[in-house]
Write a protein that binds this ligand. Structure first.
Ligand code: AMP
Ligand code: ZN
Length: 668
């Protein structure tokens, strides 16, 4: 009983923290403490499977794999919205409505139109039981396990909710999260996603819910469907949903006439770029549910609601030329150079063209007048060509066949969108890019050296690969542009200090394709040394948790390359870390020599791993189970009762975390 209470209390507390953080944007606990409590709950749940609850906060991490999503009928149909593009359209709409209702006083709820993928979630007795995509409106795909990983969606409701209802919302990816995901992809040499909306809707159908859990998705709610609902208007419905724990944007506004609707539209047309997520319009809904019922539905949409689409910000301008950029991994990106033009408050000179297919599909030619649009992305894109303005002598764009930087013939792998320059060791932007990656903050974090200086060092023949950095001298650097004695010394010192960077970061810094930060950590931990890693076979690598064939192949290729082998040998000779070292801890002693400890429960000042490390750093041994050979049991909160009993029986001292700290201090 007591355990069950602890479990429930922890779940309630964690739910509340999730709510504070993801719905209210107002965290009241540190990430560290949150993780600690989550771990504590996870351990209790593991020990007591009889108290399993599929809506426990521990289930947010996902892990269910769905091969085929089931199709299920919506209890309440999911309609589309009629679109309007002008204020006249809205005036006409109101006239039609008033004909049906008989010229009543009308209020409207104005909401932003969130641009993502729609979802319908069913709750019963306050618990999330099912989530369906829109599908064709009559039936959708069941994506419950994916949806549960989205932390702004409550698994357990609060307050006075109805027994059973469906709630509709939009799954979106806020700009910040989208940029972050793309940044990570770029770092490992992968192609970034093209826009937040497609990425959000693609996420719903990922087979592995643990993958969904990693994406910073959100759900914004806008409609409650059900019988005998405890409110009589759309606006109250939104407020109720908010009180039950849902994320309902505060921008929604109750207004008294169309003029106020227009004001809302004008305001957001101007300010929508300040929002953290994409919106493509406003949805106007007749507020009274009684009025809504009188108005009813057409074959595809409610008569009581209307979407007003913002005019997408588009301009036309001339395409002057196409340049081709070569990235760190050799990927070629075509970029359009435009006649400068004003768009959404900025001057646009360049637009992204993505790849050869895109150019071919739109038949984009130099000299064309093109339409440029600004979506959520930083770089605008070309969406169409104005064929009426095409010059007579224009020629079909021939995609380059050779690298613009090193003239090597390009390759394009089966199934990949981008062309590559395969001259990894001789192509200047690739060489510079790799060194820039090597010194970057998450990699070797070399202070005193920036991206531009790397280019400068390369152009002056001083650095051809990252191993060369370690042979730089102040005398060599000083003659370079804008280099003073001090900055030259800082550079050399920064390089020297990077020899202390731990193996996992070094592995990431090497820039092996598809080996990002997380993968580098996994590999470093598993193999412990670069020698072991470089000898691993394909099969061996694939057996490592979360390492797939694509990564494995890339690792093998990297180590088979003689150039890389030489570089690594050199790095080794300079003293760069190629093994996991027990962090040389200044507090290390031999105080606990000869003593064996067993650690159990959850601690406040240490994570369990840190506690074990502290024991080992001080000469002690960590045992996995209590036996006659155990000298001490360090017990944290929620230590298992069986263990405690055993310790008592064997007469082994059970000490607290604080006793342990004292033990270290005293013998100092
Ligand atoms: P459409 O796809 O153009 O027919 O527009 C209808 C879709 O707009 C709905 O299925 C919702 O997914 C989406 N939508 C976004 N924001 C709202 C909102 N505030 N109210 C209603 N629908 C919305
Ligand atoms: Zn090249």
């Amino acid at each position: 009983m007591e355990i069950q209470n602890t479990i429930q209390a922890l779940r309630a507390e964690l739910n509340q923290h999730n709510y504070n953080y993801y719905v209210l944007d107002n965290a009241t606990i540190s990430d560290y403490d949150f993780d600690l409590k989550l771990k504590q709950l996870q351990e209790l749940e593991n020990k007591h499977p009889e108290f399993f609850d599929e809506n426990s906060p521990t289930q947010r991490v996902g892990g269910t794999v769905t091969k085929n999503f089931k199709t299920i009928a919506h209890q309440y149909r999911m309609y589309s919205l009629d679109n309007s593009y002008s204020k006249d359209d809205l005036l006409d709409w109101e006239t039609r409505i008033q004909k049906v209702l008989g010229n009543v006083d009308l209020q409207y709820t104005c909401e932003l139109k969130y641009d993502g993928a729609s979802i319908s979630i069913t709750y019963e007795n306050g618990k999330l039981i099912q989530a369906l995509t829109r599908g064709d409106g009559f039936q959708g795909d069941e994506v419950t396990s994916n949806i549960k990983t989205i932390k702004s969606i409550p698994l357990q409701l609060k307050g006075n909710y109805p027994d059973k209802f469906d709630i509709r919302g939009e799954i979106i990816l806020p700009f910040a999260g989208f940029e972050k995901m793309n940044q990570e992809l770029i770092e490992i040499g992968e192609t970034p996603y093209s826009n937040p909306r497609n990425t959000a809707s693609g996420s719903l159908k990922l087979q592995d819910s643990a993958e969904v859990a990693k994406r910073p998705l959100e759900c914004l709610l806008y409609f409650v469907a059900g019988n005998n609902l405890p409110f009589s208007s759309q606006f109250e419905g939104l407020e109720s949903a908010r009180n039950w724990g849902f994320k309902v944007p505060k921008e929604a506004k109750l207004v008294n006439n169309l003029q106020e609707v227009f004001d809302f539209i004008d305001y957001w047309d101007l300010h929508r770029h300040d929002l953290p997520y994409e919106t493509d319009g406003v949805v106007i809904k007749v507020n009274s549910i009684q009025h809504q019922e009188e108005l009813g539905y057409t074959a595809k949409s409610p008569r009581w609601a209307m979407a007003y689409k913002f005019k997408s910000e588009q301009v036309s301008t001339e395409l002057k030329s196409i340049s081709y950029q070569v990235g760190r991994t050799g990927a070629i990106t075509p970029v359009a150079n435009l006649e400068p033009v004003q768009l959404a408050g900025t001057v646009v000179k360049r637009a992204s063209l993505h790849n050869a297919d895109q150019i071919e599909k739109l038949d984009i030619r130099i000299g064309d007048t093109v339409f440029v649009e600004k979506g959520g992305e930083i770089i605008p894109k070309i969406i169409a060509v104005d064929l009426d303005k095409r010059p007579e002598n224009s020629e079909v764009t021939k995609y380059i066949t050779h690298c613009p930087e090193c003239q090597t013939q390009l390759v394009r792998n089966e199934g990949e969108a981008n062309h590559y320059c395969p001259n990894f060791y001789g192509c200047p932007p690739q060489i510079i890019g790799r060194v820039q990656h090597y010194i970057s903050r998450k990699a070797m974090d070399i202070e005193g050296l920036g991206g531009e200086t790397v280019a400068l060092l390369f152009n002056n023949g001083l650095v051809h690969n990252y191993a060369d950095l370690y042979e730089l001298t102040v005398e060599q650097i000083l003659p370079l542009e804008r280099m003073a004695q001090k900055s030259a010394e800082n550079l050399v010192n920064g390089v020297e200090k990077s020899k202390e960077i731990p193996f996992e970061s070094v592995l990431f810094a090497l820039g092996i394709r598809f080996v990002g930060e997380t993968v580098a950590k996994k590999l470093a931990k598993h193999y412990a040394t670069i020698d072991a890693l470089s000898k691993a076979s394909l099969m061996d690598l694939i057996l490592v948790d979360e390492i797939g064939e694509r990564i494995a192949k890339s690792v093998i290729e990297f180590f088979e390359n003689e150039e890389n082998q030489k570089i690594i040998e050199r790095l080794k000779s300079y003293g760069v870390q190629f093994e996991i070292v027990q962090k040389n801890n200044p507090n290390a002693t031999e105080k606990l020599l000869g003593k064996t400890f067993v650690v159990s429960g959850v601690f406040e000042q240490f994570s369990r791993d840190d506690l074990k490390k502290a024991i080992e750093d001080n000469g002690g041994k960590v045992g996995s189970s209590i036996s006659a050979k155990t000298h001490y049991v360090v017990a944290g909160a929620n230590m298992g009762p069986a263990k405690l009993e055993k310790a008592v029986k064997l007469n082994i001292p059970v000490i607290s975390e604080n006793d342990f700290i004292k033990m270290l201090d005293e013998t100092k």
